[in-house]
Structures are given as structure tokens and as C-alpha cells.
Design a protein. Structure first.
Lengths: 463, 180, 319
């Protein structure tokens, strides 16, 4: 069997995709057409040479390559869970051509030489790996890193993700320091004094399960603080994995005032709710299960309740918050979907809920979760693809589009195909997701980055 | 006493490959680089880093070694078991970038003693510190430039970097030093 | 005398994780069976036929200190003829960082059939039930559940209130939010048709107003008004000072039970407490030792309830 994965060091590809539905958020277009790539560049129908592979694109959708602003690739230090190589393959399998690696590695990405090391490791990866560098030394929230040198060595954003910048003073100083570099501060908005010791979103399910509840104010107070600081300093603030309606409203108001603030949401905060901790497995837009509609009266499902894979930070939201962020995505208030891909080995998730490492994998299921929302009529395909491609790409200065003359950077998927999330079907080294064993819509058939084939599911372009 | 493995041979190798790369990157190349290992396990580590740099850059980086037991300011505390080894011929350090290599960074006292020793040998333009494990509990304001793994430990734990050259096996172990 | 062996067998579960798994008829059947076992045990009528767990090994894995629950389970298992082994957390490899699943798999490989698990983490028994072949009996997980305590409380209340809890009003007073006893009791009592009134500092009863069949009272007098029985919960001293409860004195002044305050409840209303009591804090020593107190009865009912429950887990597998 030939590998399904290519590398950025491969030769540029040439092929013609006939009768494909091309959705290009950059051009605002959605048409069925032939799309040709010659030597890695998109060309007009007229300039297509004879003899290049001709692929049947009927029933398939082509869109600009996806960009993930938030992934944990675990290298260096936790290579058992993921590596740059395996994480980039997971990205390619999910249709992502860019994946931003978060700095909470061991040691953290807080030194220019270490950022350069990641950049060099990623040279022959299966997706462009961009580095989000730590904003404070050691990620301990005390002293700012050498942000200029880090940017010069390839950092595209800064974050102490896993925690918010602990003090307003330091957050202000970070916005001032990073601002002139033209890159965003990616903030994990969660007040540690409110969030500490909590295990799931506060609400009826937490009350019923006896798990300490996370108050939505934990997110809101940091969001409001950072918006005030961004407004005052003019710095670029990007709020990642928003999970509450209140925080989203604060972002909307700030955007209306012209503050330089953007935000993303994860697929799991759109689709899953706190009832998943009690064993519910219905997406937020689906009819509620018994335990979700009557959390006190119904028995929890012992086979899935307290699943460590459902522990995330911020915690899975109340259903009404999940639906609110879904609406925010639909109306464009949310700029991007970011996966917060957080691979963990089994020994860190097959443990007591309180001991489980927070986070779930997401690169390979993001498109499918989005398509499930599209199928349910909660989101347009164009809004989904914008939030996965042009939206996030613009935030780190990458271009996307399907226009002729551009370097081919695209994903081709079968929206009506289905696949099963399984250890064997995942390219990630880890399988920590409550979706394991579940069938999902949307099969990625081809991912092309920088004109090279990164992933090919049965189209025969990789030999 | 129970010991737990926290780095396997492949993880140790991976960390060394990265550190070698970081050293060259930080220096903007190999010009003027000198590796100085601290007895005992810092010495084979410095040699391995030099070999990895040679593998990747094709340049031989001089390697020296330091026996810091002569220089420890808390000599009396270890006087009951002093291991005095010969300090091998030291390469020229003046106007060089010295990378001091040790296995575990703990209180920082060893490193400070090593810095004193280095300045006795010459006047480098910069001294950088590379360690396999930074276990915290610093008593002196010393921060490693290159680190294999940050390992928060408690004071009653003991971190051992074991190397094939000295111990017959490559691994890092953590153990409680007092029985409970 | 073989009434037990011929008793109702409507309840078949591989695990007892919480009361929420049980229907009302199943609950009633367990309580009937426990009542019968209690009577036989008191009259020394337990014979060979009662030793239904011969050849069965019960492991007691208590990751949190407990005397009364552990002893109660051990007595129950021995009365049933089971072999009992202890996973001693302090003396085993648990302290070396062995995972819960690894420890439980070790028990399973050593031949343990049923594990009685007490653990500080909510949901820990669910994990063991999924990840091992052991039958799991939850003896208390974090603030989540303590099903046999709720069953013994229900048995005690049924006896005291004359046979049925349908339409009866029970007050639960104290730190409901952090109490696995309260949560399992809410499942059991509401399933048995009782109305439950909760009383306690606002931060200790927050969120429970949404539980069907449950009312959160405005103060102690409101909580006790109409109560036909009162259950007060142990105050965990580490909760004092945070969580909106300033001091023990403040708690006792507003929520502590004494004979005078008990006059707010229905005449003769009995008092229950899951133990161990902090006398002078949740209730006065006189009240704990007085006529209203069912605390001793709760302990003896505990053995009977556990004797009723254990064979059902074993029987499910034997079939």
C-alpha cells in the first residue's frame, strides 16, 4: 500500500479535477467547474497540458486549505502523544494545510533557537507547521520572552495557552510589546482564581454529578480585561476557544467599537455540551437525550459517564452556550474555528475524571463536526469553510484562494461520505476523543499545500 | 526505594539532537563554539553533542572537561566523599562561546563553581548552559539556555541521568531518596 | 428458613454505581430483602442457606479513610460466606503512582470477583466498571454518590415512618453540595415518592432547586416545617472559611439542630446522620443520643442493606 501522506519537500503536483464544486470564500464564489493544477499552481482551463491525471470531482467539494490557529503537537518532550510529523499528518488528514503549534511543550517554545528547531523539523512535514511562541519565559507568567527575536525566527503569534496571562499588568505589557510586530496575542481567557479546582461547566449536570463547577465568569472577566487592554494599547488580541455567550457578546461589542480583537471557537465547544460528561452523546443542535433534558431524574449511562476524554479547558459548555457560539460562527462574529487539538496518551485519559489531562484531539474531526452542523441546517457551508480557511489564515498573514495563478493550497472532500473515528483511521498518535467509534460525515480525499500533495485518499496522486 | 523512568534512550537521544541544533542556531553557526562537560556525566554528554554537531554541520567542535570538585564552595559538606579527578587539557576558551554541559541542574551551585573554573581558564565571549534535566529548586540566579526536560521535583526526590558510557544504559530516572 | 434465598430477584445488575440505576420496584425489593435479613440476623437465624457468597471473593478498596462503611461491608460479606480481601492503600503499590485501573486489574487477576470501592474522585467506580471485569459496588465516590448509604437511610426511614415513604416529607440539612450521601438520598427518596426539603447555607444548596421533588428552604425553620424526619449531614471542616460559610459558629447558629429547633418539625420527627457526627456542630450531643436519634439504627441497617445488595451483583454473573 502506498502512503496516503506526502511531504512539503515533494515535487509539485499536476492534476485536473473535473466537475468539482469549488467554494472559494476569498472570491465569494460557489460554482461547479473544472479545476486544474499544473506544477503546483492553479491554472485556467485553457492552459492545461495533455496527459496530466484527470480526476472525477463530481460530488466532491474543493475549498482553500484549512488553517488551524491552535494545536498541541507535543514536540519537544511528549513525543509519545504526538510529534511534528504525526501531528502534521493528522492535519493533512483533516484538510489542514497550516497548523499552528502551541508552545506548551517540554521545554516550552520560549527561545528563538527552539522555535528554529521546530521550523527545521517541519521542513518535510505533511502540513505547514507555524509556531506560536510562549509570551512569557517558561510560560510561568513572570517575564516577557524576546518577542522580536522569536518573530524573526518564525513565530506567527504569542500565547501562554493553557493559562491566561496572570496579571493585567503583564497582559498590557505583552500587548504593547507584541503590537508593533503585527502578530496577535492569543489568549486563553480563563481566570485561574475562578477556574482552579473546577472540573466541568457549572450547571445542573455538574450539580448532579458532584463535580466542582466552572463559572462562566471565569472566561468573561479575562475577556473583558483583555479587551480593555487591547483597546487602550492598540495591540492585537485574539481570544481562543471561546465557550460562553457572555464572552462572545463582549467580543461583538468590542468589534463594534473598532477594537483589534478577534476570536475562535473549537469544534467541541460548538457540538458538545456539559451533558457529555454524564454520558450524553447528542450534538448540541440535535434533540436532547434523556440525561440532558432531565439531568436529575435519568440514570447516567455507566458505559460513557465520567469519560476523561470529555474533560477540556474551558469545559464543555452549557447547551445554550454551544448554540450561541454556533450562531456567532454563522453570523461571522467568530473569526475562525480552531481545533485545540490536544493529544494525550491513554494513561493520561483512562483515569479518574479529576485526574484526566484536559483536552481532546481535533484536527481530523473538525471538518466532520462542522459538516454535521451544516447538514443540520445550523450553518452554511460557506460560513464553515470561511471559518476553517480564509478566516484563520488572514489572522496569521497567510493568503488563501482558488484563483488562477496562485500556488495550489486546497482541500477536496466528499461531503456525503462517512467515516468512522477509530484508532486505525486516525493519523494522530493519540485517540483521546469522545467521538471514538462514531461515524461522522465528510471524507477528506485530497489535501494540497504549497502545490504538493499532502494527503490522498484513493485519488492515486501519490506513488 | 522505587525509581521511575522519565526518559527512555530514544527520548534522551531526541533531546540531544534538538539541543545540538539549538546550540548551533543560537550561535549563528559553529564558529567559536567550545563544549565543556562537567564531570562526570556532563563529559560524555558534551562529547555526544559535539558528535551530533559534527554529523549535522561537518565541523569538529572542541570539547573540554571540568572537574568541579576542586571548586565547590560547599566543599566541607561533601568532604567526607570527595572524588577528585584530573581536569583534562582544556581547549582555548578566550573569545569563544563556551557551552557548559551538565546532566542535572538543581541548586545551581555546581554551575557557579564551573563558571569560576571557566574564567580561571580563559575569557570567553559568552557561556551558555545546556542540561538534560532542570529539576528546579534553584538557590542561585542561573537559567539554562538549552534544556532536555523540565522536571518539577520535590526535594526528597533524586534525578539520575544514566548514560551508556558511564552506566551501561541511556535513561533518566527519578526516585525518592528517603523511604516512606 | 430460606426466605432470603426465595426473596424477590427482580434486581439484576453487574454493578451498583448509584441509586439512579434502580427503579422503584427494584428499590422496594432490596429494602424488603434487607428488612428480612435484619430480622434474621437479629434473631440469629442466618443459616448455611444465607451464605450465598461462598466461593466468592469481595475486595475492599478504600482509597479514603472510612471505618463504618468498610466494617459494614466486611461484616456483610462475611455473613454471606464470601472471602474478603483488603486493598490497603497505604501499604500497597498505590502510593508509588500505580494507576487506579492497574490496581483494580491486579485485584481481578488475583481472583477478586466484586470490588467495593471508596474513592475521592467522582466517577472512579464508573471507570473501574468500564475498564475491568470486576463487579463494582460504589462505596462512595467524591461528592457524587454513596448508594448503599442511601439504601440504608431509606430502610431506616421506612421503618420509622411506618412502611412507606410515599408523600412523606424529609428534610436534609447541611452541606448538600459536597455530599455524596445527599445526592444518592435525593435519588432514592424521590424515587420512593418522598418530598425532600433541603436546608443549608446558600452556597451549600445552590443548584438543587431544579431537582424534581426537591425544595430548597429559605432557612432552618422553613426546612423543618412539615418535616416528618430530619437528616443532617456531616460538616467537612475544610469547607469552613471558603464557600460563603464564614465559621463553624455561624453554621451552628443558623443550621445546627437542637431539641428546641426540632419542635419546628412534626412532633416526634426522628433524626438521621450518616456519621461520624461532629457533636455540637450539626446537632447537639443530647439530640444524637436521644430518643429521636436513629443513628445507631442506621449502622445496624447498613449491614443488612449490604447483605441484600452484594449477592445481586454476584448472581448476575453466575447466570
Amino acid at each position: 500500500m502506498t502512503s496516503r501522506f506526502g511531504a512539503l519537500t515533494d515535487a509539485p503536483a499536476s492534476f485536473l479535477l473535473a466537475g468539482v464544486r469549488a467554494v472559494d470564500p476569498a472570491a465569494g464564489s460557489d460554482t461547479v467547474r473544472d479545476l486544474a493544477v499544473v506544477d503546483g499552481r492553479i491554472v485556467n482551463g485553457a492552459g492545461v497540458p495533455e496527459g496530466i491525471p484527470r480526476l472525477d470531482g463530481h460530488g466532491l467539494v474543493v475549498a482553500p486549505g484549512f488553517c488551524d490557529l491552535h494545536a498541541h503537537l507535543r514536540e519537544p518532550g511528549m513525543e509519545g502523544a504526538e510529534t511534528i510529523a504525526s501531528g502534521s499528518r493528522a492535519a493533512a488528514h483533516g484538510g489542514f494545510t497550516t497548523v499552528c503549534a502551541m508552545p506548551n511543550t517540554d521545554p516550552p517554545l520560549d527561545e528563538a533557537a527552539r522555535v528554529a528547531w521546530i521550523v527545521s523539523l517541519a521542513r518535510d512535514a505533511s502540513a505547514r507547521v507555524r509556531v506560536v511562541a510562549a509570551v512569557t519565559h517558561g510560560r510561568v507568567g513572570e517575564a516577557l520572552t524576546d518577542v522580536g527575536e522569536l518573530t524573526a525566527n518564525g513565530a506567527v503569534a504569542f500565547s501562554d495557552d493553557g493559562a491566561a496571562i496572570p496579571t493585567a499588568r503583564l497582559a498590557r505589557s505583552a500587548l504593547l510589546g507584541i503590537g508593533p510586530l503585527g502578530v496577535p496575542l492569543i489568549e486563553h481567557a480563563e481566570d485561574p482564581t475562578l477556574a482552579s479546582g473546577t472540573l466541568m461547566r457549572s450547571g445542573p449536570v455538574a450539580t448532579r454529578l458532584g463535580l466542582a463547577g466552572w463559572p462562566p465568569s471565569a472566561e468573561l472577566v479575562i475577556v473583558e480585561r483583555d479587551i480593555a487592554l487591547a483597546e487602550e494599547t492598540g495591540g492585537r488580541l485574539h481570544l481562543t476557544h471561546l465557550s460562553t455567550a457572555a464572552a462572545l457578546d463582549a467580543v461583538r461589542r468590542a468589534k463594534d467599537r473598532g477594537v483589534r480583537v478577534t476570536c475562535d471557537v473549537t469544534p467541541h465547544h460548538l457540538a458538545m455540551s456539559d451533558a457529555w460528561v454524564a454520558g450524553d452523546r447528542a450534538f448540541s443542535w440535535e434533540a436532547q437525550s434523556d440525561v440532558a433534558s432531565d439531568p436529575f431524574g435519568q440514570p447516567v449511562d455507566a458505559q460513557v459517564a465520567f469519560d476523561g476524554a470529555c474533560r477540556v479547558n474551558p469545559p464543555l459548555p452549557a447547551r445554550e452556550d454551544a448554540l450561541a457560539v454556533l450562531r456567532g460562527l454563522a453570523d461571522g462574529s467568530i473569526d475562525a474555528i480552531a481545533t485545540d487539538h490536544a493529544p494525550h496518551p491513554p494513561e493520561r485519559t483512562l483515569v479518574e475524571f479529576a485526574e484526566a489531562a484536559p483536552g481532546m484531539i481535533g484536527l481530523e474531526t473538525a471538518l466532520s463536526i462542522g459538516l454535521a452542523a451544516v447538514d443540520a441546517g445550523c450553518l452554511s457551508l460557506a460560513a464553515l469553510l470561511t471559518a476553517l480557511s480564509t478566516g484563520p489564515a488572514a489572522l496569521i498573514g497567510e493568503e488563501r484562494g482558488l484563483g488562477p495563478g496562485t500556488s495550489a493550497d486546497m482541500v477536496v472532500f466528499d461531503p456525503s461520505g462517512r467515516w468512522r473515528v477509530d484508532r486505525d483511521t486516525l493519523a494522530s498518535r493519540s485517540a483521546n476523543t469522545p467521538l471514538l467509534g462514531r461515524g461522522l460525515p465528510g471524507v477528506v480525499r485530497l489535501t494540497v499545500a504549497d502545490g504538493r500533495v499532502m494527503f490522498d485518499e484513493g485519488l492515486g496522486l501519490l506513488v | 526505594m522505587s525509581a521511575r523512568q522519565i526518559m527512555r534512550a530514544d527520548e534522551l537521544r531526541r533531546a540531544l539532537v534538538r539541543i545540538a541544533h539549538e546550540i548551533v542556531e543560537r550561535n549563528g553557526g559553529t564558529d567559536g563554539l567550545v563544549m565543556v562537560g562537567v564531570h562526570s556525566r556532563g563529559v560524555p554528554l558534551a562529547q555526544r553533542l559535539a558528535a551530533l554537531i559534527h554529523e549535522h554541520e561537518g565541523v569538529e567542535v572542541p570539547v573540554g572537561s571540568l572537574d568541579i570538585t576542586y571548586y565547590r564552595d560547599d566543599l566541607t559538606k561533601i568532604a567526607h566523599a570527595p572524588i577528585v579527578k584530573r581536569t583534562e587539557a582544556m581547549p582555548e576558551l578566550t573569545d569563544k562561546t563556551v557551552v557548559l554541559v551538565d546532566d542535572v541542574l538543581f541548586t545551581g551551585r555546581t554551575v557557579r563553581a564551573a563558571l569560576d573554573a571557566i574564567t580561571d581558564h580563559g575569557r570567553p565571549t559568552a557561556v551558555r548552559l545546556a542540561v538534560i534535566v532542570d529539576r528546579g529548586h534553584r538557590e542561585l540566579p542561573i537559567r539554562p539556555d538549552h534544556v532536555g526536560k523540565n522536571l518539577p521535583t520535590s526535594l526528597d526526590e533524586n534525578v539520575q541521568v544514566r548514560l551508556s558510557e558511564t552506566d551501561g544504559v541511556d535513561e533518566v530516572l527519578i526516585a525518592r531518596s528517603s523511604a516512606r | 428458613m430460606t426466605a432470603v434465598a426465595a426473596g424477590p430477584r427482580t434486581w439484576k445488575r453487574r454493578h451498583l454505581l448509584d441509586v439512579d440505576q434502580l427503579t422503584r420496584p427494584e428499590l422496594e425489593a432490596i429494602l424488603d430483602e434487607a428488612a428480612e435479613l435484619r430480622k434474621q440476623r437479629a434473631n440469629a437465624e442466618l443459616d448455611e442457606a444465607a451464605r450465598r457468597l461462598r466461593g466468592h471473593t469481595v475486595g475492599l478498596a478504600f482509597y479514603e479513610p472510612s471505618t463504618r462503611t468498610r466494617v459494614s461491608f466486611e461484616l456483610a460479606a462475611r455473613e454471606l460466606g464470601a472471602t474478603v480481601v483488603h486493598l490497603s492503600v497505604a501499604g500497597s503499590s498505590v502510593v508509588k503512582g500505580e494507576s487506579l485501573i492497574d490496581s483494580m486489574l491486579t485485584l481481578e487477576r488475583a481472583g477478586v470477583h466484586t470490588v467495593v470501592l471508596r474513592h475521592a474522585a467522582a466517577g472512579a467506580p464508573y471507570l473501574v466498571a468500564r475498564a475491568t471485569g470486576l463487579r463494582v459496588l460504589n462505596a462512595g465516590d467524591g461528592a457524587h454518590a454513596h448508594p448503599t448509604q442511601a439504601l440504608l437511610d431509606a430502610l431506616t426511614l421506612r421503618e420509622a415512618l411506618g412502611g412507606s415513604l410515599e408523600g412523606r416529607t424529609i428534610a436534609i440539612v447541611g452541606d448538600v453540595a459536597h455530599s455524596r450521601v445527599a445526592r444518592s438520598n435525593l435519588h432514592a427518596l424521590t424515587r420512593l415518592g418522598a418530598r425532600v426539603v433541603l436546608g443549608g447555607p446558600p452556597s451549600w444548596v445552590v443548584g438543587f432547586h431544579a431537582w424534581p421533588g426537591v425544595r430548597v428552604a429559605a432557612g432552618l425553620q422553613d426546612a423543618l416545617h412539615d418535616a416528618e424526619a430530619v437528616m443532617t449531614l456531616r460538616v467537612q471542616l475544610e469547607r469552613i472559611g471558603g464557600d460563603g460559610v464564614g465559621s463553624l459558629r455561624e453554621y451552628t447558629r443558623r443550621w445546627g439542630l437542637d431539641e428546641e429547633r426540632m419542635s419546628w418539625a412534626r412532633p416526634g420527627a426522628p433524626i438521621l446522620h450518616p456519621g461520624p457526627t461532629n457533636e455540637g456542630i450539626e446537632l447537639t450531643a443530647e439530640l444524637a443520643a436521644g430518643e429521636r436519634s436513629l443513628i445507631g439504627r442506621q449502622v445496624s441497617n447498613g449491614v443488612a442493606v449490604r447483605m441484600a445488595v452484594l449477592p445481586h451483583l454476584a448472581a448476575e454473573v453466575d447466570r
